[in-house]
Structures are given as C-alpha cells and as structure tokens.
Write a protein that binds this ligand. Structure first.
Ligand code: CP3
Length: 339
C-alpha cells in the first residue's frame, strides 16, 4: 500500500507531499453522476457495493493518495431517531428538530454494528480493493447538533444558540448523546479497518472563540482522546482560522485548514508538533492550469516548517469544478513537492 498519506499524518519523512480532496467523490465527476442517476443519495450511502464504487472513482481518476469512505456526516443521525431526507433543492432535512427536553430524551445512542451495517460492509469491500489508505469520518458533535436543532442547514443558527445560552444543561445532555454516538460510530469504522479518521466540524466557525471552547471543544477532545495513539486523527474546523490556538487544544494529530489564512501563518500559530492539511480555495480550480500551479506552489512553500503536510482543498470540491482541473492540481502537488 502507498502509505505516504499516513506517514505525513505522523510527521514522518515522505518522498513527496500526499494529497486528497474533501468531497472527492461527488457530482463534479461524470462517473459519480452515472451511478447517482440510478439511485438517490441515501440509497447510495446504504448500498455497500455502490458506496465502495464511488469511493474508488477519485482514486483511479485523480490519483490521490488517500480514499475517504463515501457516506455523509448525517447518516448516523437517522438511527438516533430522526427522519432524514436529502432534498435536491434544499439540501439535508431532519424532520421534527430537537428543541425541548422530550426531544432529547427520545434520541437513542446508536450501536453502529447493528444500526449502520452498510458502512462496515463498504469498508470491508474497500480494504480488499484499495492500494491507498482509507479515511473513515464523522461529523463533530457541534456540527451534528446544528443540523439536529435547526432541522437542516441554517443561516444564523438561532435555535442552536438559543439552546446553548438559554438551556445549557439540555444542550450538554444532547451533546453527550451525540458524542457517545460519534465514538461508537468511529470505533466501528476503526474495528472494520480504516487507517485514519477525520472529524468534520463544518460549523465550528459560527462560534466565537470563547463559545467554541465552552460549547464545542470539550466534546471533540473526548472523541480524540478515545482514539489518540491508535491511528491518525484529523480535525477540520471550517472557518476556524481566527481561533487556531484554541482548535489546537483538540489534541488531533492533524489540523485541517481552510483558505482564509496563509498556511505559513497558521503553522506559526499551531507550532510544529502537529501536522496540517489544506488549504487551497476550491474555486481556484476554476482558474487556468498556470494559476492552479502557482497557488499549489505557494502552499507547498508555505508549509515547509510544518511537522507534516497533507495537501487538500480548504473545503469540499464543488460540482462546478472541471475534473481535469482537479487532476492538474494533484499532478502539480506531486511534481512540485518531489524531493
Ligand atoms: O468527501 C467525500 O468524498 C466523502 C463523502 C462525503 C459526503 N459528505 C458526500 C455527500 C463527506 C465526507 C461528507 C461530509 C459532510 N456532509 C459535511 C462535512 C463537510 C463539509 O462539506 O463541510 C457536511 C456539512 C455534510 C452535510 C451535507 N451533505 C450537505 C449540507 C449536503 C447538501 C449539499 C451538497 O453538497 O449537495 C450533503 C449532500 C452530499 N454529501 C452530497 C455528497 C456527494 C451530494 C449529494 C448528491 O449526490 O446529490
């Protein structure tokens, strides 16, 4: 197996900088659309053979150095007891959002082996086929809580913050239940054989640093402590560049960075005892080959002082990106970083 990605996560020397893309399996690939035309998104997540097929597509097409399991952060929410739907126009919908004590009480903490066996099955298929490491993942408790409390995506997250500030005890009971579920869910993926895990905190950046530290970080710390030392753990707090010193306290081996900070400045704040992952603006891939190459080179140059660097986008790739530009990016990372 090509273990360049895992070596970089651990801060070991590598021949070149490994690269993968968040959301690398997805609608920008015609090959994904072909599979997706036959089934809806949730069915795709729940059909191990198809989930495995689309997981492998970007590895073959883009030649990335890691695969990420095809699923969604909201998949374990359904067995907790909420009806989940992915609407083409509105994105994810969670029915009967969690607002009151009875809502929190009726939520179950899942047993992944029984509740999401298709995830375990997809991992097993993938391990027999992949020649690069497989990343398992989960949403972070705060990000999952926003979807559960708002009932979907949100603009100002008023209901989430209302519970945080008006009913902090209820909020912490909800967060404890979600955290227990996340730990069981990641444990099941690790037992099935994933080589690294990433915790996605897509909405961490809507919190002030003090509220992030009080209402989101402790739960992430509990998760990371559970798995620390067993396999590389990546923590990605989107829009978190203004609170990297606090994010570092998560204890993760690798911190994901979005594009709003120069990677060299981020490394100065974080120090050289954790590795970094990032941080190209996904929309750079709408530019010319030369522009892409230039921005890749800047990030590679800026990351020299890091303990380890995994090249990635600063957030998920978008459906509008031409696949050939994503291929150019991966080629540029491999060529320009070759030692
Ligand atoms: O990275 C990968 O290739 C693995 C698969 C993956 C998906 N979602 C597939 C997906 C991963 C790791 C995720 C994580 C995820 N899902 C996050 C965290 C990362 C981030 O983007 O911040 C979040 C917030 C979600 C929730 C979610 N899922 C939303 C808001 C949406 C709708 C918006 C959109 O992009 O369509 C989804 C749907 C989704 N998840 C799709 C894919 C490929 C598109 C579904 C389709 O095929 O129609």
């Amino acid at each position: 197996m090509n273990d360049t990605f895992l070596r970089a996560c651990r801060g070991e020397k590598t021949d070149y900088t490994p690269v993968w893309l968040m959301r690398q399996a997805g609608r920008y690939l015609p090959e994904y659309q072909k599979v997706r035309a036959k089934v809806d998104f949730l069915t795709l997540c729940k059909t191990p053979e198809l989930a495995a097929e689309v997981t492998i597509q970007p590895v073959d097409i883009l030649k990335v150095d890691a695969a990420i399991l095809f699923s969604d952060i909201l998949v374990p929410i359904e067995p907790m007891g909420m009806k989940l739907e992915f609407s083409e126009s509105k994105g994810p919908i969670l029915y009967d959002p969690i607002r009151k004590e009875v809502d929190v009480l009726k939520l179950r903490t899942i047993k992944a082996q029984e509740d999401v066996p298709f995830v375990i099955e997809a991992i097993k298929i993938l391990l027999s086929k992949l020649n690069v490491p497989l990343i398992g993942f989960s949403g972070a408790p705060f990000t999952l809580a926003t979807y559960m409390i708002e009932g979907g995506s949100s603009k100002n997250f008023v209901n989430t913050k209302k519970m945080m500030f008006q009913a902090p005890e209820l909020y912490s009971r909800l967060m404890d239940k979600i955290t227990d579920t996340v730990i069981d869910y990641l444990q099941a993926q690790i037992d099935a054989g994933v080589h690294a895990i990433q915790v996605f905190d897509s909405w961490a950046g809507i919190l002030s640093p003090v509220d992030f530290e009080n209402y989101a970080l402790p739960y992430v710390q509990r998760i990371i402590k559970t798995f620390k030392g067993r396999l590389p753990v990546i923590y990605f707090a989107f829009n978190g560049s203004a609170m990297l010193d606090t994010i570092k306290k998560s204890g993760a081996d690798v911190l994901g960075l979005d594009w709003r900070i120069n990677i060299a400045d981020a490394i100065k704040i974080i120090g050289n005892d954790v590795a970094v992952q990032g941080n190209l603006d996904p929309c750079t891939l709408l530019g010319s080959r030369d522009l892409i190459k230039d921005r890749v080179e800047r990030i590679l140059n800026g990351s020299k002082q890091a303990k380890g660097h995994i090249f990635n986008l600063g957030h998920g790739i978008l459906p509008e990106i031409p696949p050939e530009n994503a291929i150019s990016m991966v080629e540029a990372v491999h060529e320009l970083s070759l030692k």
